[in-house]
Structure formats: structure tokens, C-alpha cells
Design a protein around this ligand. Sequence first.
Ligand code: MF3
Ligand code: CO
Length: 249
Amino acid sequence: MSIQIKTSAEIEKMRTSGIALRKVHDAVKAAVRIGATTMDLERAAEAKVEELGAKAAFKGYHGYPAVLCTSINEEVVHGIPTDKRILKEGDVVSVDCGVIIDGYYSDCAVTYPVGKISPAVEKLLKVTEASLYAGIDKAVVGGRLFDISYAVQQVCEAEGFGVVRDFVGHGIGKAMHEDPQVPNFGVPGKGPRLKAGMVLAIEPMINLGTAEVKVLKDGWTAITTDGSVSAHFEHTVAITKDGPRILTL
Ligand code: MF3
Ligand code: CO
């Protein structure tokens, strides 16, 4: 595999996919409240995906059972929605979703506060989202891939947060995961040269404490090994001659 270059027609198709995905996220966001279960969020997403005539990208992927990944507090990524898990005041829930329209994937994640959260966790969310945008700013023609990685890392490590290494962003297009891998750490000026037509899913996964994670016995849910809270923000971004274009806004 090598890094695929998309035509402008393909990028428009990916934008259509990204707009649909944004609508799914909006539906989920409206369902996030104290007392909701993660299955309530899943149902909101599933209904919206169907209404839009999209296909859920995660469901069935390596046997993954849901439209969404819903990861609460110390859960980093790949939490499975369940009617047994009730959101309570002070929680944060990371919602990750992907859809396919006309053969093209989009992928986006947001971490939401539930009611009032602690100042420390509020800062984690703010900084993680800011690091995503710092990375996106480096998604420019002539730059290097690890300029993106380094930008994310720098923003988060400056605050003493743990930058997860075990999971990374990725190229995206006619498949959810294409080359290259997009780590959230790296050496600036290194890595493949960035070209117009590359499309990347950039997705910092950042912990209040240790960077270390482990996967639970369900085979999916990744948690921080120290139990510290984790945040996840992701956009699908096209590199164009006019600069980075966020397809999932
Ligand atoms: N959004 C995840 C990613 O970027 C995919 C979730 S894995 C799945 O790789 F199994 F849930 F689909
Ligand atoms: Co992704």
C-alpha cells in the first residue's frame, strides 16, 4: 500500500460523507445528558445514519458490534455502547463514528462533558481539541507527515498530558484505514512529504495521566492503565493547494 492521492471529485464525495457524519454527530450530541445510556446515543446515531441513507463504517468492522464507539472517562477509545452504562454528572464521553456514502468513508470523534465537569478535565478537553487543530494547521502541501504529529504532541505534552502511542490516526478514502499511519507524536521535518489530494484522519487520544493504555477482556475497550481520564477528538482532513480542508465540519 502507498498513500492514495484523491482527485477533487473524490474529495467532494468525501465531503458529502463528512457532512452526513456531522449530522450524525449532531444527533448524538443532542442525546448526551445526565441519565442517558450509551445505548441511547447509539440509537440516536443509528436512526440518523438510516435517515441519511448512509452506511455505518464501524459496525461489522473486524466484528465491531455498533455504529458508535462510546468511551467514558478512563476509557480511551472503542468503548461499546450498552444500556447498562448510564451517563452521570461529571463524566466525559468520547463519541467516535464513521460513515460511508457512495463508497467514501469519513471518520470523526468528539469528547463531550456530561453536566458540570472538573476544571482539570475541562482543560484536558480544551487542550486535546486545540492539539487537533494544531495538527490540522500542519496538513499543508510541502510539509512532512510528522510535522502534524509533532504539533499535536507539543500542545499536549506542554500541559503534562499523556499522548497515547498505541493508537494512531490514518489515511482514509475508499477504506477506513489507508496509509499512512498518523501518530500523535514524532519528529518534525520527518515522514512522507504531504501532497495535495492526501486525506488524513487526525485523531489525538490524550490522557490526564500516563500515556499507557490496555485493552479490556471484551477485546475492544481501551482504558488508561492509571485510571486517569482520556479525551479524543478527530477530523477527516483533505490536504489541498489552498490549505487543509476539514471534511467533517
Ligand atoms: N475511529 C476508529 C479509527 O479511527 C475506528 C473505530 S474501530 C471500530 O480507527 F472497530 F470501531 F470500527
Ligand atoms: Co479514525
